[in-house]
Design a protein around this ligand. Structure first.
Ligand SMILES: [Zn+2]
Length: 380
């Protein structure tokens, strides 16, 4: 059969926008459990007419994660499709007043609109339309809605890994690349904290007795930044620095946080070893490094390449010419990649300004991407 045409989703655009507006206006920063759970409860209500088996993964600190499952006709939930979404955003409560939900020049604005509330809307409308058109997939369908993707997915990682390993195809609903490309490779992410320890003293009366931890850190910052190797695809960025107490005190402590991106596991190992072997430069000072890999790299495996090929065939049947690309950003798909499961990532809509106060969705992409998702589910 041929996939459900884009037109059918274009006809539903106004309903999609109404739902999207509601989801965006239920602000949900990763660190605000009450707001996350409020949105989570609403998502469960919205899903109810589709009759899923709902499992709530209660969390003490982060928002509760939600699993919605549709078994196959034999009641089997193993294998099949895993739809991966997160409903937290990087935006603090109140950002809505800076980037209110509005439509202008073919774009719809709002905090978290493409990362990834529009994707959640796409999933709901794709599933609804498949159900209404009697095109529901034969294989089991699992939808995982997580609450902490933007802060490293600590609470949701066990679910992501266990459901991901068991899936036959993972559909990661992160936003598309700028021209609608799917993401067939992602860099891995490592995070570190580096602390330098010196010795405090009076900066005037006992200058020679002090060991300046900020001076020591200056050496470490330069050494770290120099580890960046664009040819190898590995980058390091010192992202935050704090240290010292008062101008007239030789500081005895300084802290930095470090972001590392790596394209492969072997690069990860090489780079992590370099960071862990930092040595103090000043006599009497110390360097302490903690941290490590947060999300494994997602290289373009043969399984991913093959899945992309099939997705682009389905795209062609819809009149979409699908391209692929890679990104330095990590997602929850990175955690599944090491298991060798086929993954399609970047199935969300197009837009721009993710993580900024100008975050906006390209409205025209919504119908196309929803049709692509529904097509993948019905035609795979
Ligand atoms: Zn995201």
């Amino acid at each position: 059969m041929s996939p459900i045409p884009i037109q059918l989703f274009e006809n539903q655009m106004s309903q999609m926008q109404v739902m999207l507006q509601e989801l965006v206006e239920l602000e949900s920063p990763s660190t605000d459990k009450i707001s996350l759970d409020r949105l989570g409860e609403r998502l469960v209500e919205i899903l109810a007419p589709l009759n899923p088996d709902i499992m709530i993964d209660s969390q003490p600190l982060s928002g509760d994660n939600i699993v919605a499952r549709w078994p196959d006709s034999n009641g089997n939930t193993e294998g099949g499709f895993l739809l991966l979404c997160h409903f937290d955003t990087v935006h603090a409560i109140g950002m809505l007043s800076e980037n209110s939900v509005r439509i202008s020049d073919g774009k719809m604005y709002g905090p978290g609109i493409i990362d990834m509330k529009a994707s959640i809307t796409q999933v709901i409308f794709a599933l609804q339309t498949l159900q209404n058109s009697n095109r529901w997939p034969a294989a089991p369908v699992t939808l995982l809605l997580t609450s902490d993707e933007e802060v490293g997915s600590e609470s949701s990682r066990p679910l992501i890994e266990s459901l991901g390993q068991n899936a036959d195809l993972v559909l990661c609903m992160e936003p598309a690349l700028p021209d609608g490309e799917l993401k067939t490779a992602r860099k891995g992410v490592a995070r570190f904290e580096v602390m330098t320890k010196g010795k405090a003293s009076h900066s005037g009366a006992a200058h020679q007795d002090g060991v300046n931890a900020i001076e020591e850190m200056a050496h470490q910052v330069l050494a770290l930044q120099e580890l960046t190797d664009y040819d190898a695809g590995s980058t390091i960025s010192v992202g935050k620095i704090t240290g010292g107490t008062r101008t007239n005190v030789v500081p005895d402590e300084c802290h930095i946080t470090v972001d590392m991106r790596v394209p492969t596991l072997s690069e990860a190992e090489r780079m992590i070893k370099l960071v862990n072997s930092l040595e103090a430069c000043l006599p009497g000072s110390e360097v302490h490094v903690t941290g490590g890999i947060e999300r494994e790299p997602m290289p373009r495996t043969p399984e991913i390449a093959k899945a992309f090929e099939r997705a682009s065939e389905i795209g062609t049947a819809l009149g979409i010419s699908l391209e692929e690309g890679s990104t330095g950003g990590g997602s929850d798909a990175n955690m599944i990649a090491p298991y060798g499961v086929p993954i399609l990532d970047g199935l969300g809509p197009q837009g721009d300004g993710a993580h900024t106060s100008d975050e906006a969705l390209t409205i025209a992409s919504m119908a196309t991407r929803t049709a692509l998702l529904a097509g993948i589910l019905s035609e795979w």
